[in-house]
Design a protein around this ligand. Structure first.
Ligand SMILES: C[S@@+](CC[C@H](N)C(=O)[O-])C[C@H]1O[C@@H](n2cnc3c(N)ncnc32)[C@H](O)[C@@H]1O
Length: 451
């Protein structure tokens, strides 16, 4: 039995709908949440995809039941991401931007953890695009980093920085996604936490925080750049009011978005355009609000720092680890090798100057006393070349591998590193040391659940 809805929330929502619709809306908040996943188009093999597509996102699917994701090796392999269906509408907005500006975009996901929107953007961008996935809270930034690595895209930078730090990077992003921390009214079906934490005062605090985040980072958007602003809440102080504030304070233009009626999305007029509101009694998804805005102000792009001019010699064995290695630049730091898309090298140097960069591109491995040790990031990457022999594991053995156990029952293999797979999808590395296969799966990613 869920906790009852806050009285003041009910009062506010009464004014949004006619009487009979209000009751249908309220009843819908006691229904179980809708289950959905978004698959990774660069890694096949997801076994729970249904024939019920999410209409506004090419790779989104509804599920009839919620599997225990932790017990599915393909979840750990980054073949899909459990994502709430309404928030996948970001795909539809990115399609709109693509129709005007193409797909070679530099995108910032400012409030990124745990990574739902970031992995969606990483799937959307082509190889010339760049995503900066940021999260200000350190522990959450680590989760974002893990999910990004599992997804396998080479053109992503993960940062842990305050929105103010992005203000030091004028005119750098074509698109900025601000999926703002909010009062979470749209999550009322998911449990009691959002209901318990809700208060009128909290919606006010959230609204102020949202303005602060936007004010601090606005400079980072290019002139004519796009802002995707979203929350998972219904109240206007965190939605329409924020858009009006952006119109008045920043001269932003709110786009008019057309959506098919069959989707059940409500358009809410703001300025010369509209926001899209997702009400759970009308759409198959949770409560959500999103709008697309365009910056009209001038923003002089920041100059990249002068390159050190230092050319390093990259061992051919390192280059061979990556497909189309000519498109990457390779860096070595304290014996750790990293590859990053050459086209975005200058942007990366700007980011490194002002932000706390946790991850950039593709960590290949470490050259130690006993030779090169490949990194987990390489196992997960979709630009890894076929340099490592594979060992296919059953689901049971794969789960034991993901718990950190060493692999047994494999014989007749030469010494060295192997990529272990399940359904031919890579999970990580093992090293055959003769009498056993050492498990190289990162300790902090291990499954702790009983299997
Ligand atoms: C709605 S969640 C983001 C969800 C994420 N975009 C996704 O799709 O998985 C909002 C995020 O904003 C972060 N956050 C909280 N306070 C913040 C602040 N003052 N500035 C920037 N981000 C903040 C939270 O830690 C949280 O990860």
């Amino acid at each position: 039995m869920k906790q009852s809805l806050p009285l003041e929330f009910r009062e506010r929502m009464k004014n949004r709908f006619p009487d009979n619709e209000y009751q249908i809306f309220i009843n819908s908040l006691d229904e179980p949440p809708v289950k959905s996943v978004r698959v990774n188009p660069r890694k096949s093999g997801h076994n729970s995809v249904t024939n019920q597509p999410v209409p506004w996102c090419e790779y989104g699917f509804y599920l009839d039941h919620k599997p225990v994701f932790t017990l599915d090796p393909l979840f750990h392999a980054g073949t899909y991401y459990p994502q709430e269906a309404s928030s996948m509408v970001l795909w539809y907005l990115l399609k709109h931007i693509e129709s005007e500006d193409g797909n070679n975009l530099t995108v910032l996901d400012l409030c990124g953890a745990p990574g739902g929107k970031s992995t969606l953007i990483a799937s959307f961008l082509n190889e010339n695009g760049l995503l900066v996935a940021n999260e200000v809270i350190r522990s959450r930034a680590k989760i974002l980093q893990e999910n990004i690595i599992k997804w396998g895209a080479p053109n992503v930078v993960v940062t842990q920085s305050d929105p103010c730090d992005f203000g030091k990077l004028p005119g750098i992003f074509d698109v900025m996604v601000v999926d703002a921390p909010c009062s979470g009214e749209g999550m009322f079906r998911k449990g009691d936490i959002a209901r318990n934490e809700w208060s009128v005062e909290n919606t006010r605090i959230c609204s102020e925080r949202q303005k602060r985040i936007l004010k601090a980072s606005w400079h980072a958007l290019k002139e004519k750049g796009w802002l995707v602003y979203s929350t998972c809440t219904f109240n206007s102080s965190e939605n329409e009011e924020i858009l009006n504030w952006l119109i008045n304070e920043k001269g932003a233009r709110v786009l008019k978005l057309e959506v098919p009626e069959a989707w059940g999305i409500t358009t809410v007029s703001v300025g010369e355009g509209n926001g899209l509101a997702f009400f759970p009694h009308k759409v198959k998804g949770e409560g959500f609000f999103v709008a697309l805005l365009q910056k009209t102000e001038e923003s002089k792009p920041v100059k990249p720092p002068k390159s050190s001019g230092k050319k390093i010699s990259v061992p051919s064995g390192v280059k061979r680890l990556v497909k189309a290695s000519e498109n990457f630049f390779f860096e070595e730091n304290a014996q750790v090798w990293n590859a990053f898309p050459g086209r975005s090298q200058k942007t990366l140097s700007v980011l490194k100057k002002h932000l706390n960069v946790l991850h950039s591109g593709l960590k290949l491995g470490v050259t130690g006393r006993k030779g090169f040790v490949p990194d987990q990031c390489l196992a997960m990457s979709w630009v890894r070349s076929d340099q490592f022999p594979e060992i296919e594991l059953s689901k049971e053995t794969a789960l034991r591998y993901l718990k950190g156990e060493s692999i047994t029952g494999v014989s007749g293999k030469s010494l060295g590193f192997y990529l272990v797979t399940c359904n031919r999808i890579p999970l990580g590395f093992v090293k055959n040391v003769g009498n056993r296969f050492n498990n190289l799966y990162p300790k902090e990613w291990r499954i702790r659940m009983n299997i």
